[in-house]
Design a protein around this ligand. Sequence first.
Ligand SMILES: NC(=O)c1ccc[n+]([C@@H]2O[C@H](COP(=O)([O-])OP(=O)(O)OC[C@H]3O[C@@H](n4cnc5c(N)ncnc54)[C@H](O)[C@@H]3O)[C@@H](O)[C@H]2O)c1
Ligand SMILES: O=C(O)C[C@H](O)C(=O)O
Length: 339
Amino acid sequence: MVKAVVLGAAGGIGQPLALLLKANPLVTELSLYDIVNTPGVAADISHISTPAKVEGYLPADDGLKKTLTGADIVVIPAGVPRKPGMTRDDLFKINAGIVRDLANGIAATAPKAFVLVISNPVNSTVPIVAEVFKKAGVYDPKRLFGVTTLDVVRASTFVAEIVGDLSLSKDVVVPVVGGHSGVTIVPLLSQSSHPLPASVDTTSLDALVNRIQFGGDEVVKAKGGAGSATLSMAYAGAEFASKVLRAVKGEEGIVAPSYVSLEADPVGAAALTKELGTELAYFSSNVELGPGGVVKINPLGKITEAEQTLIKAAIPELQKNITTGVTFITEAKVEEPRL
Ligand SMILES: NC(=O)c1ccc[n+]([C@@H]2O[C@H](COP(=O)([O-])OP(=O)(O)OC[C@H]3O[C@@H](n4cnc5c(N)ncnc54)[C@H](O)[C@@H]3O)[C@@H](O)[C@H]2O)c1
Ligand SMILES: O=C(O)C[C@H](O)C(=O)O
């Protein structure tokens, strides 16, 4: 029995993600939560002829608690998306509080669930969830993931396009490491399962790296104010959730990049830190998954000088994003009781 939860389930990502989870044979119960429209979304999805039982809740009548009771995996796409001209960090002001409140709900009701954070800026929202869990005394770094799968999906697609055979895109594996925003997104194209054609010169390679780093902006621009990636994100989120669930069920050898706390695997973290040449509390690297979540954080391995330069550029930005997330909780002002 697996109960999956989507928080933010009526949104652009939430609806198709809920649909894909309903279609996942590993999911037996699907609980949907949003501040609007969840009963309608749940009623609609519940008519799909797959086994998962579907419920939808709003905040009233302890809806968050009912949603989360018995949850095994919680995926969070709640929050506002970008409009043209905004960075993901511009979303922090609104999304930090949303993610904090939802994390408090998870800590109280489903502290053992695997938590997959989609809400941006991921580099900061994952530390927010961790700090909330630490405060509540329920933190297990092996169970908390920032979803960076969309970067991996984009890299696979764009490489397949360049190789000239889109039918390969499902098989192309490119590790994308670092974090999930602009320069913190570092594709390791030298480790691509499918090497780039010799015709790809340095200029084209730089353009490809840039497209993977700023693929989100491409969609934001194309949507012209109507939000950011939703459908490709739902696909990516469902893929990553499925990997976590397959690993929980005992399938071995599941590896995927994800933005995790380096506390999840101190041994792997030590090797990674040596490669990075600096200590970071969170980083997205290839992570081996098992029944308890993170089993091993893999090192970067052999990378090119150009990739080393990209990593160097990512580090200060990541440091800043992590501190922003951590201090949002640790330095939060205690609200004065109102008389
Ligand atoms: N990690 C990634 O790769 C990635 C990719 C795409 C988008 N995102 C992020 O995902 C988030 C959602 O994007 P979207 O396009 O689905 O936005 P959206 O506005 O379409 O949907 C967000 C949903 O969250 C709900 N919501 C707001 N506050 C809530 C709360 N307190 N509790 C529960 N639900 C709440 C809204 O009602 C809405 O239905 C954004 O922050 C976006 O930047 C991340
Ligand atoms: O670009 C965005 O704001 C959404 C998401 O993070 C993406 O990469 O598409």
